[in-house]
Every structure is written in C-alpha cells, then in structure tokens.
Design a protein around this ligand. Structure first.
Ligand SMILES: NC(=O)C1=CN([C@@H]2O[C@H](COP(=O)(O)OP(=O)(O)OC[C@H]3O[C@@H](n4cnc5c(N)ncnc54)[C@H](OP(=O)(O)O)[C@@H]3O)[C@@H](O)[C@H]2O)C=CC1
Ligand SMILES: O=C(O)[C@@H]1CCC=N1
Length: 305
C-alpha cells in the first residue's frame, strides 16, 4: 500500500516520543476525554493503548505515578516502543529531533506510521528528510491548556506549498484526507483544533503556543493591581482569571472585543480611565510586538546553530 493511503485502525496505539510538558498535556487531555462517556465519535479511530518515551528515571516515575497502568513507559527502548505503535507524537526539544529520529532502529520503526511533530520551528521537510519517505509526517502546534482540555491546536499537512525539499517529494507524501479526522480527533478532544498551511505555523507557535505565558503575564499584572488596592492575593487572582476567561468566552461566542470594551466603558467612568493608562503604556503594540518577536524566534528554533 502506498504510504499516502495510510489509514489508522480503531483501538490504535499512540506513542508519545518524548513526553515532557507538552507530551504530558496532550496525553492527559486524551486520557481524560476517553474516560468521559461522550467523547467517542462512532466512525473515527481512537487510541486504546498509550506508550510514553522519556530519558530520565525520574520522568518515568512521574508518568507512572500520574497515569498508573493506563500508560506504558519506555525509558530506553524507544525504537521498540515506536515499532509497537501506530501513531507517534514527537514531543522533544527541536534541537534533539535529529538525534532521536536517527537513533538506531528508529527509521525502520517509523515505517508505515503517522508521525505528528509538535516541535516549534521545525518544518515537515526537515523531519521528513530524517525519517525518509515511508512515514507520513504532519505538524501540530498545541498549547499547555490541552492538559485541561481547553487547548488550541493548529495542524498542518504537507502540501505543495510547504517549503520544498531536496530529497523528498512532499507532494507525493501528502496524506490521504481520510487521515484528517483521526488527527483532528486527538486534538479536538483536548480543545479546539484547526488546519492551516504550514507557512503560518511560526505565527501560531507564538500566538497560541506561547500565548498561555503571555496571558499569564497580563493575569499576574491584573492580580498585582488588585493586591495593590488591598484585595487579598487569592481573591485578586480569582477575579483576574475568571474575568479573562469570561471576556475570552464572550469573544469566542461571537462578540467583537471592541464592542465588549465599549459596553464596559461608561462615559466619564473608571474603565475609560484605566484604558487610557493602558494606552499610555503602549500595551497594544507591546503585546503585538511580543508575538512578532516570538514568531521570529520560533522560525529559528529548528535551525542548526
Ligand atoms: N511547552 C509548551 O508549552 C509547548 C511546547 N511545544 C514544543 O514541544 C516540544 C517539547 O517541549 P516541552 O514539552 O516544553 O519540553 P520538555 O523538556 O518538558 O520535554 C521534553 C521531553 O523530551 C524527553 N527527552 C529528552 N531526550 C530524549 C531522548 N533522547 N529520547 C526520548 N525522550 C527524550 C525528556 O525526557 P526526560 O523528562 O526524561 O528528560 C522530556 O520528557 C518542543 O519542541 C516545543 O517546541 C509546542 C507547543 C507548546
Ligand atoms: O517556548 C517555546 O519554544 C515553546 C514553543 C511554544 C511554547 N513553548
């Protein structure tokens, strides 16, 4: 069967090849969704067995303590774990991808498999060049709220517009559209998932991948303001977090953020006073430029130093 026609069967084995912060977030969210009755769509393949690959004993112990018997841990025999799997999520640091993917037996183990890379700044072409033409490679950019099933993931398939490759023909390696529901199932169990062209992934890495960190700076600053004005810390933090969540949900429900801002701003009132101070501090360009800077850095993360 040509690799482009790869189809994943139900009750497949999912391997987290490097299961740190992001790998564990995805794993936790998927396991949580499987344990809730409403999660499983009738005709989409779902995983039934899970393997987590890590390097250090303390990480193996952490995974065993967190997931118990639901997840098998592979400490050294990573190629064997991959060989026993159908779908592999690569979750290592970008600079370790080459070492891990070209380790002994890995190319053979990955043959005929679906490899989903969550690595920042590392292109499908770069990964495909390491693993060869017998593995389907797609990219996904999730974020840490996947852990509580409130994540945002952007998924990219190889397409003719992906950066071109010298040694592999990505057009020939464009997987069958029938794989999309399988991949979308994983990431839509743990939040929202959208497909976008790979050329957008560095910006998505900055906006939604790094975004929880940016949002938390804003949240901490709002909390500090409340504490400064005499609120107990825990109360201030709860108010800040719930307020950010509420405003974000209104936007996701279709309200325009400018409209929300206007509706809160009573003429001559306290909100407009606070907003003007924010504008004096150039908060908008500071935040937008942070995304710009993070995008630029993301685009360089997969490059050899
Ligand atoms: N953190 C985030 O919010 C996001 C991260 N990403 C991407 O996810 C990837 C991982 O990031 P993150 O989870 O934060 O990193 P972590 O450092 O938390 O996890 C990296 C994992 O790699 C494992 N590892 C290291 N060497 C090997 C090896 N030789 N074989 C197998 N596993 C190995 C480590 O094992 P051990 O624990 O034993 O050391 C660790 O579990 C990065 O490429 C990043 O760009 C993408 C979106 C968001
Ligand atoms: O900071 C990083 O490089 C990774 C990618 C997105 C979030 N964390």
């Amino acid at each position: 069967m040509p690799i482009q026609e790869l189809a994943i069967k139900n009750n497949y084995t999912l391997c987290m090849l490097a299961c740190g912060t992001m790998g564990s977030a995805v794993l936790s969210g998927v396991l949580d969704s499987l344990s809730s009755a409403a999660s499983t769509a009738a005709d989409v393949p779902v995983p039934a067995k899970f393997i987590a690959c890590v390097k250090r004993q303390e990480s193996a112990d952490r995974i065993t303590a967190t997931y118990g018997g639901k997840v098998e841990v592979a400490l050294h025999a990573h190629a064997k774990a991959v060989a026993e799997s159908d779908v592999v999520i690569l979750g290592c640091k970008p600079q370790l991808a080459e070492e891990i993917l070209s380790s002994k037996g890995m190319e053979e183990a990955l043959r005929g498999k679906l490899l989903i890379s969550v690595l920042a700044g590392t292109t499908i072409k770069q990964i495909q060049d390491i693993v060869g033409n017998d593995t389907i490679v797609v990219r996904a950019m999730p974020n840490t709220p996947c852990k509580i099933r409130q994540g945002m993931t952007v998924i990219s398939f190889p397409t003719p517009s992906s950066p071109s490759s010298s040694s592999v023909d990505l057009l020939k390696l464009t997987p069958s559209p029938s794989l999309k529901p399988t991949i979308q199932w994983i990431f839509s169990q743990i939040g929202r998932a959208v497909f976008l062209e790979e050329k957008h992934l560095d910006a998505c890495t900055a906006l939604s991948g790094s975004g929880p960190a940016f949002a938390c700076v804003m949240l901490e600053a709002m909390t500090d303001g409340g504490v400064m004005m005499g609120l107990p810390f825990a109360v201030a933090q709860e108010l800040a977090a719930q307020t950010m969540q509420g405003a974000a949900r209104m936007v996701l429900d279709g309200n325009h953020p400018a409209q929300i801002r206007n509706s809160v701003s009573t003429p001559g009132g306290c909100t407009i006073g606070g907003l003007l101070v924010m504008e004096d501090g150039k908060i908008r360009s500071t935040i937008a430029r942070s995304i710009q800077e993070a995008t630029n850095i993301a685009s360089s993360l997969g490059k050899k130093k």
